[in-house]
Design a protein around this ligand. Structure first.
Ligand code: GTR
Length: 412
């Protein structure tokens, strides 16, 4: 679980920069047929090639959705967070035939505005963990057992209420004029390997193959379904929905941003392997380690690259490039070597050519910045001192980045 991995520096991995192999990254601006990509139109074609490779070889393809989703507001408060926010809980009932699955969205909106820009991101342990407010419903879904949170039979209880509040500085976010939409990722797909039977998988009946979606693609799909809802909610400015995630959910945010261009901005907090970090560096977590610990996160094709990162047809800078020209932010933590901070920086750096095609600047630096020195224009980056986590410092940078790119949204 997120909490258990906070201090993890697993053994048997390379944490020595001098042992990073030499590698050549797949060329971002050269088409599969060898032709150079210069204009935006050519990029659109190239972008599709890259997207298709990620879909087939890394995250897996989403099967056709034939169901329907019904949104029902299950709670509403005018005076949340000491009067700062409106708070609503919305049940999204996903249905296909006689099968259904409920996903619960927790929405905080600044009282000060009519249609709010919103940060949308999954939480790790249930909506009731992001706030100490007593009347937010406890997630009824399967959650990972966790002694610290008092979870022993895969059910959340009062003991975990507010336990992840530090990862969601709601006062800061709301007082700066932004809303928050969050949901528990296990509502969409519980995070364990069950052969893709549970979660929303039960609502799809297509047979699986080696390119079928893994859980990251499933979670990304869930974010798009939330976006479908947000687009219809007049209290939300659907043109300014920013997708955010930490760690495995940062990988998810990047893939969601690549898959669905309705997300106006994308934030990857310490997403590491299979996220922003260059796989070919084999620094910290590697493709074979991640496919072994989490065989359900990616499609089966990704396993072909275990210990063979150099044969991947893509690398993660190209995932970030798929987000261009929308602003994207990549962040690392100094003690989080498992996520490969330098690899994340280089992922961001090597995405720049795609932004350049739009006349936009990326990081505005060639060197990895010192801790607490955020950099970048359309590609933001910072290294924070400390461990694997998402903190108030990280959020402050994301809020600054949002203010800069969406000046109409900055609190007046
Ligand atoms: C670790 C995993 C990472 C990252 C992290 C997290 O166990 O190896 O890829 O996803 O969990 O999500 O906190």
């Amino acid at each position: 679980t997120a909490t258990a991995s906070l201090n993890a520096q697993p053994e048997g991995a390379n944490y020595d920069e001098s042992k990073v192999p030499e590698y050549i990254l797949p060329a971002l601006l050269v088409g599969n047929d060898g032709s150079a990509v210069s204009g935006r139109q050519q990029w659109e074609r190239r972008r599709k090639e890259i997207y298709d490779l990620f879909e087939r070889e890394v995250y897996g393809a989403v099967p056709a959705w034939r169901g329907k989703i019904t949104a029902t507001e299950i709670s509403h408060r005018q005076d949340a967070l000491g009067g700062l926010a409106l708070r609503r809980e919305i049940r999204l009932r996903m249905q296909n035939g006689d099968k259904s699955r409920d996903v619960f969205l927790l929405l905080y909106l600044p009282r000060s505005r009519k249609a709010a820009p919103v940060f949308l991101g999954y939480n790790f342990s249930g909506n009731h963990t992001v706030t100490a407010e007593k009347d937010v419903h406890i997630s009824p879904s399967w959650v990972a057992n966790n002694k610290e949170l008092g979870i022993t039979d895969n059910r959340a209880t009062e003991a975990s209420r507010g336990s992840r509040a530090s990862a969601w500085p709601l006062q800061d976010i709301l007082s700066r004029g932004y809303g928050v939409a969050t949901l528990y990722y296990g509502d969409v797909d519980p995070d364990f390997d069950d052969g893709f039977k549970n979660g929303v998988h039960a609502l799809f009946d297509q047979p699986r193959d080696s390119a079928s979606w893994g859980s990251i693609a499933t979670w990304a799909w869930g974010l798009s379904r939330v976006m479908d809802y947000l687009e219809k909610d007049p209290a939300v400015n659907a043109k300014e929905v920013f997708v955010i995630g930490h760690s495995r959910l940062g990988k998810t945010a990047l893939w969601a941003g690549a898959s669905d261009r309705r997300f106006a901005m994308v934030i990857s907090n310490e997403s590491g392997c299979g996220g922003a970090a260059i796989s070919r560096r084999k620094f910290g977590e590697t493709v074979s380690r991640i496919n072994t610990s989490f065989p359900h996160w990616f499609c089966d094709n990704f396993k072909k690259y275990n210990d063979k990162e150099e044969t991947l047809p893509v690398d993660q800078h190209e995932l970030i490039a798929l987000i261009a020209p929308r602003p994207v932010y990549v962040a690392s933590a100094s003690e989080d070597l498992w996520s490969d901070p330098r690899g994340e920086f280089l992922g961001a750096k090597n995405a720049e050519p795609a932004y350049r095609l739009f006349g936009l600047r990326g990081l505005k630096t060639d060197e990895m910045p010192a801790p607490e020195h955020p950099v970048g224009d359309f590609i933001g980056y910072h290294l924070r001192t400390g461990k694997h986590d998402i903190t108030r410092y990280d959020w402050t940078q994301y809020l600054n980045f949002a203010d800069r790119h969406f000046p109409g949204s900055a609190a007046r």
